[in-house]
Design a protein around this ligand. Sequence first.
Ligand SMILES: [Zn+2]
Length: 356
Amino acid sequence: MIEDIFSLAPYSLKKEEKSAFLLKELKYLTRLHVRDCKSYKNILEAFGYIDKEYQKLEDFFAMPVRLFKEYDISSSSKIFKTLVSSGTTSSKVSKIYLDAQTAQLQTKALVKIMQDFLGKKRLPMLLVESKSIIKNSKMFSARAAGVLGVSNFGRKHTYILDDDMKLNRAALEEFLSRYENEPILIFGFTFMVWKYFFKAIERDNLSIDLSQATLFHSGGWKKLQDEAVSNELFKKSFKNLTSLEKIHNFYGMVEQVGSIFVECEEGHLHTPNFADIIIRDTQTLEPLGFNAQGFIELISTVARSYAGHVLLSEDIGEVLGEDDCACGRMGKYFRVIGRVASAEVRGCSDTYEEKQ
Ligand SMILES: [Zn+2]
């Protein structure tokens, strides 16, 4: 049962146990979605996967994420929340349909992951966001969903940006003096944290001590690459200016909310028990071994009201190892290198935007 997996520490399963668990779940979910989702069934038929026998995780059809823009992919009649994401190059949006069970599982998954890094106690929380982000509760933007998801891990939420993205210095200073010498949590999207938080502190020469803080941030490096800011520089700059040392980038996508991949103390993104990744060759889509770059396929057992259990992203990454990261967490660990520049997944050139 999927629920049983949440009674374990989130990074505890070794390769054999984990593959066996995931294989069983993926077989079940594939059958379920073929039965309940006509679009998914049609897609599997079109790609020749409909009667396939699945022996290992690599055998499943990895659905290109762009198909969420083309089709309504839903297997539940009890949808109560829809997430939307818009691509930067296309005017079409992905729609992700959540029922109560999937939303609940995603929250549980997120809780298990975050607690592994933060402990069980809810911390006072700074959001590098403006409060107006959370408006429409039926049609969440990916950004708002991310903010709300992570908000659960904090208390005394303080939004430190105005609507025009200016740092609310008074709110920041009041928060920091109130929780001086206490652990606090900071969350924001990578680019916003850099541009509207770090840069504002630097520009205004603020004396800010964040030595007790843990920062979680996510959302792609494209804009920061344009400003020549790498993950290493990002971390070093915060440390030098604010003494903030606990910084965790995380990777994930709106199509699989709940299964996020958090960067450990060694700088590696980790797969939890209930999720995995496979790297595939950008030309042949054959699965690749460690230290080889290709498309990142994401496997998740928490996406259930829609066929989002095996997705092929347009991101390029590489697996660095499995079950042996120096931080002690089990599972594959990897890094994200960038995103394919071409709009087409199949037949695209092998050019991509370098991350570092
Ligand atoms: Zn690690």
